[in-house]
Design a protein around this ligand. Structure first.
Ligand SMILES: [Fe+2]
Ligand SMILES: [Fe+2]
Length: 262
């Protein structure tokens, strides 16, 4: 079985590129399903039901991160959207679900868990290791196919999480830094790992934001609105994970890095 994972989608360009590219990627890799991190899909910050609808049904499951509540009103919308997940290790009173089990039309069920890091992150989150441990224990009797989006800043925290869960989940892939790392591998226990998937955002940008705005901020130290870069091709990054749906262990992880002209 093959599952596609796409990193942080930035703005309308990212949404359009993902919608356009996913059917081609699904064909090319014989992938049945795609999980997309949508935390920056609404104008660069947060997500809305409308933005997720735009990427559906090409994207099957959406994950969020530290920007999950940036769009006003999404806290009232999230419970009505069954295929969107917010980080699990946030305060328990927050709305939305953080994991769910979905049916793969190709065979077997698969669970997706959204999780957030603690190191260098602006928001306080509970210990992601303790949360992951508890959730994996809970989900494992239901399905061996468990995919984790670990939305975190520190490469060390992300790699450590993959080793922590090696042999117990199908894949742990990182999001949030918007730059793809080159360390895709299947760990000894059969868990696929990639420290960061990268983003789906303007190729000519700084993490999906206009280069000029980011330069102004860095060279003056003054607050500056960082507009979403929408010109030119969109770079769509992620990975394809091949796994045995009876054992839940991964056999291969291949990074994706494509340019999409809109
Ligand atoms: Fe992001
Ligand atoms: Fe983030």
């Amino acid at each position: 079985m093959n599952l596609i994972f796409i990193g942080d989608v930035v703005g309308s360009g990212g949404r359009k590129a993902v919608k356009k590219l996913l059917p081609e990627l699904k064909r090319e890799f014989s992938a049945q399903v795609a999980v997309v991190n949508a935390e920056n899909s609404a104008a660069g910050n947060g997500l809305t039901g409308k933005c997720l609808a735009e990427m559906s049904p090409e994207a099957d499951v959406f994950t969020a991160g530290d920007h999950v509540w940036d769009q006003k009103g999404f806290e009232f919308e999230i419970d009505r959207i069954p295929n969107v997940l917010r980080p699990a290790n946030l305060h328990h009173v927050q709305p939305g679900r953080s994991w769910a089990i979905f049916r793969n039309p190709g065979g077997g069920d698969y669970a997706v868990i959204a999780l957030m890091g603690k190191v260098f992150m602006r928001d306080s989150a509970y210990c992601p290791f303790e949360t992951a441990d508890r959730l994996v224990e809970e989900i494992a009797p239901k399905t061996p196919n468990i995919f984790i989006d670990f939305h975190a800043e520190a490469t060390s925290e992300k790699l450590a999480m993959s080793y922590f869960l090696d042999g117990r989940v199908t894949a742990v892939v990182g999001t949030h830094t918007h730059v793809q790392t080159s360390d895709a591998e299947v760990l000894p226990g059969g868990t696929a790992h990639l420290t960061d998937l990268g983003m789906a955002g303007a190729a000519r940008s700084v993490l999906g934001r206009k280069v000029e705005d980011v330069l102004t901020k860095f060279t003056t130290g003054m607050p500056c609105r960082l507009a979403v870069a929408e010109d030119g091709p969109i770079r769509v990054c992620g990975a394809v994970i091949t796994y045995d749906y009876r054992s839940g262990r991964a056999t291969k992880i291949v990074p994706i890095d494509r340019m999409v002209e809109l």
